[in-house]
Design a protein around this ligand. Structure first.
Ligand code: ADP
Ligand code: MG
Length: 415
């Protein structure tokens, strides 16, 4: 029996290993299908190699991958498993086929209901919950079975004990592994993102610094030249144009690059009120041009240290994106709300614009990712960088065609 247990454990590890080794770096949409497929293989292997007790009873661990898929993936991902399970079970046929069908249907209907709150809860909580679900569903199965068999001898209780214990231990061990893997992947992503921000902002800081002098000198001399009396109107036109373009270059530097390094003279200790109101006023004309209504509310008393220009730039970039997402729509609303929760300052920026798909959200903040014709793809990068510097986080939720919400969480600091 011990050998079959180990074998079953190996079956459980199989999707985890294959996934980690071969598929972990591929894009997300593809990953789900692979995981479902691998879980299906595990399930079939579990059915093919059930655990036999000395008393003659048999049970297997097919519901462990099933429940895991249901909890993490919801109805959409567990349904293929349900189909495969039952097709295979009917193919084998024999006693208990109908019971198995009914029981798997019950699990299919009940367990994914928990999926949403499961995904939102903490890793430790998830481990406990998944184990509880495995034990409970096995318990239900055994209760139903006992009512059919009507046999409560010692052997039956042995089965109950072994089945419940195996499910609990297997599920707990597997969930600990899975959660550790998820944590590791998350950490890696975070490190990569922060590494990217560092590289870009260092580069930006030095480039913008070096660029500014030649720009100022050129524009100064062009202005002098422009005063010359001997210029033809055509030549004057050229100079005007050059000045305009120089201005634009300077603006780009100011907008995106100049604040890459926090400057000590800009650091303030405050509750963000001045910055939020200032940036709202800055963005108002832009909103009006695009027929966007701006709703603003401020209720925050918590304070922290931050670089004033960076936070301003970050907010402006986010407001601008919101407004640009509502470009061309009949009417749009950009709502900005600053509030507090426990020890965090919360800034919510919501638009009713075009929205983004999950894939697009995951690309946000990568350098030069832009879907706009004149976009630079630096706005979000700078927003992430500024929030990163105050140890905050940005959460994005979006629905295509409905709108997008950015939630910035900035921890408050005692003065
Ligand atoms: P840019 O605005 O120059 O394109 P950003 O870094 O500011 O660069 O934004 C990157 C991309 O993210 C945008 O091109 C857009 O596709 C997407 N995006 C950002 N904010 C929003 C939003 N509020 N709604 C929809 N898409 C957005
Ligand atoms: Mg932008």
């Amino acid at each position: 029996m011990f050998e079959t247990l180990l074998l079953n454990f190996l079956f459980m590890l199989f999707p985890v290993l294959i996934f980690l080794i071969f598929f972990e770096n591929r894009p997300h949409a593809y990953n789900r299908k692979i995981l479902v497929l691998l879980s299906a293989i595990t399930m079939i292997l579990c059915i093919a190699r059930p655990i036999r007790l000395e008393t003659g009873f048999i049970f297997d661990l097919r519901y462990i991958p099933f429940i895991i898929a249901a909890l993490y993936g919801g109805y959409r991902n567990v349904f293929p498993l349900y189909l495969i399970l039952n097709i295979y079970r009917f193919y084998i046929g024999g006693e208990g086929t109908v019971h198995s069908f009914l029981f798997s249907t019950a699990v299919l209907l009940a367990v994914p209901l928990m999926s949403r709150s499961f995904i939102r809860s903490r890793p430790q909580n998830r481990i406990i919950r998944a184990t509880a679900v495995a034990v409970l569903s096995m318990g239900c199965y055994l209760i139903v079975m006992s009512m059919i068999v009507k046999n409560f001898d010692r052997q039956f209780w042995m089965l109950v004990f072994y089945a419940l214990a195996t499910h609990a231990v297997m599920m707990a061990v597997l969930m600990i592994l899975l959660e550790q893997i998820i944590t590791n992947l998350r950490n890696r992503d975070r490190i990569m993102q922060s590494e990217r921000l560092n590289v870009v902002s260092e580069l930006a800081a030095s480039v913008s610094h070096e660029m500014r002098n030649p720009l100022t000198v050129t524009s100064g001399f062009l202005q002098l030249l422009n005063r010359s009396k001997t210029l033809t109107p055509e030549e004057k036109g050229y100079i005007e144009l050059s000045l305009q373009e120089l201005n634009r270059a300077e603006k780009i530097i100011n907008d995106y690059l100049s604040f890459a390094k926090p400057q000590s003279e800009n650091i303030v200790y405050s509750n963000l009120q001045a910055e939020c109101e200032y940036t709202k006023n800055v963005i108002m004309p832009y909103a009006t041009i695009h027929k966007v209504t701006v709703e603003f509310s401020f209720s925050n008393s918590l304070r922290t240290y931050y670089d004033r220009t960076q936070i301003q730039q970050c907010l402006i970039n986010l407001y601008k994106n919101g407004i640009e997402a509502m470009k061309g729509l009949e009417e749009g609303v950009l709502s900005i709300d600053i509030s507090e929760r426990k020890q965090d300052i919360l800034i919510t920026i919501r638009d009713t614009g075009i929205g983004m798909t999950k894939d697009e959200i995951s690309r946000l903040g990568k350098p030069y990712y832009s879907t706009k014709e004149e976009g630079t793809g630096l706005g979000m990068l700078m927003a992430y960088s500024a929030i990163d510097k105050v140890k905050g986080s940005i959460e994005v939720s979006s629905e295509k065609g409905k709108g997008t919400t950015f939630l910035l969480t900035i921890p408050a600091k005692a003065g």
